[in-house]
Design a protein around this ligand. Structure first.
Ligand code: ASP
Length: 348
């Protein structure tokens, strides 16, 4: 390791999850271990020379984390940026794809914010928590991962917040970036980025709980009843359409009406690839829906699109600004059009 890494200071926030679970008296496992306990089980950490501070922030399963928990964490991180070189967050894997993206949208500093967890709890043979924590700390301590926003480090892969998804219920390599692949890998304890993000997408916002952005997957024969039932209860909607962004023709007028009231984002339920813009011309096609005012999610999957939309809604920005932000974040317009640009150079 270089001297820059071995003299680095990293703060670890523990939020619970499988990585911190132990057996309960009523059966099963539940979050129990402190941040201190987690670090104590990591071989090789002391030898790395990296100065590590730990904070117990929450102790819950990933499913019980809230938007306001992550906003509070982002504020806490921003308050500590003057005295740390990097940040690690340990939490339940169930919601990592959402929390890492929200942290990425809220974190303006050059320091890496690394989110990790474990698929096997500490009572199991081959528990992956200690290796993931060490890799996350090594990545957070490295000067090579600066200005890449929030990242997921898992199974020695390094993923961008905007692309990473949990793809498997139990696999140790559940985290994948179907569009573009990982940014890099940990090799002999050092992060190697093969690709670097060219732009950041930071939003000046502090989203709270209570903003209702629903994600609605369309399904075969969908007649729009479900969509109509929730129309009056949402501040925004993400439609997870078929294929490249398609819905049954019967849904078109429901969506058009909704669109006049709240932002409606069109994404794909396929799990990879971008929503198209100019290919199909039938009622309910992407051309039709975009012409009626839906906003394309581009490459953002439905879950990421929801996080972006609710964050944008808290800025109070108008619908054209929301559409502009989706263009840049979704990868289908010039990234320089992002409404709140910040530098992404490796050196600042
Ligand atoms: N399976 C989850 C985990 O990996 C449970 C959770 O998200 O808390 O941590």
């Amino acid at each position: 390791m270089s001297s820059a890494e071995t003299t680095s200071r990293v703060i670890v926030y523990a939020l619970g999850g499988t990585i911190a679970m132990s057996t309960t008296t009523s059966g099963g496992v539940a979050p129990a271990l402190s941040a201190h306990d987690l670090l104590a089980s990591v071989p090789g950490l002391r030898e790395s020379g990296i100065t590590v501070e730990v904070q117990d922030f929450r102790r819950v399963p990933g499913a019980s984390l809230t938007i306001s928990d992550i906003t509070a964490l982002a504020t806490e991180i921003s308050d500590r940026l003057t005295d740390v070189d990097g940040v690690v967050v340990t939490q339940g894997t169930d919601t990592i794809e959402e929390t890492v993206y929200l942290l990425d949208l809220l974190h303006a500093g050059p320091q890496p914010v690394i989110v990790t967890g474990a698929m096997r709890n500490p009572t199991l043979a081959g528990a992956d928590g200690p290796a993931n924590i060490l890799a996350a700390i090594q990545t957070a301590a490295s000067p090579h991962t600066r200005n890449q926003g929030a990242l997921v480090v898992f199974g020695d892969d390094i993923h961008a917040a905007r692309r990473v998804r949990k793809t498997h219920t139990t696999s140790l390599v559940t985290f994948q970036s179907p569009d573009g692949g990982p940014l890099g890998y940990l090799v002999e304890g050092r992060p190697r980025l093969l690709n670097r993000l060219t732009h950041r997408t930071v939003v000046p916002a502090k989203p709270a709980d209570g903003i209702r952005v629903a994600v609605v997957p369309v399904t075969l024969g969908d007649d729009g009843t479900t969509l109509q039932a929730l129309a009056d209860h949402v501040d925004g909607l993400v439609v997870a359409g078929f294929g490249a962004g398609h819905v049954p023709s019967g849904l078109v007028s429901v969506l058009e009406t909704l669109c006049a009231r709240v932002p409606v984002v069109l994404s794909s339920r396929t799990g990879a690839g971008s929503v198209l813009a100019t290919t199909y011309g039938f009622p309910g096609s992407e051309r039709d829906l975009l012409a009626r005012g839906l906003i394309s999610a581009g490459y953002l999957d439905p879950i990421k699109a929801r996080i972006l939309l609710l964050t944008l809604l808290t800025t109070g920005c108008d619908q054209p600004t929301i559409a502009t932000a989706f263009g840049a974040a979704g990868g289908y317009t010039d990234p320089s059009t992002w409404p709140w640009p910040i530098k992404c150079s490796k050196d600042n």
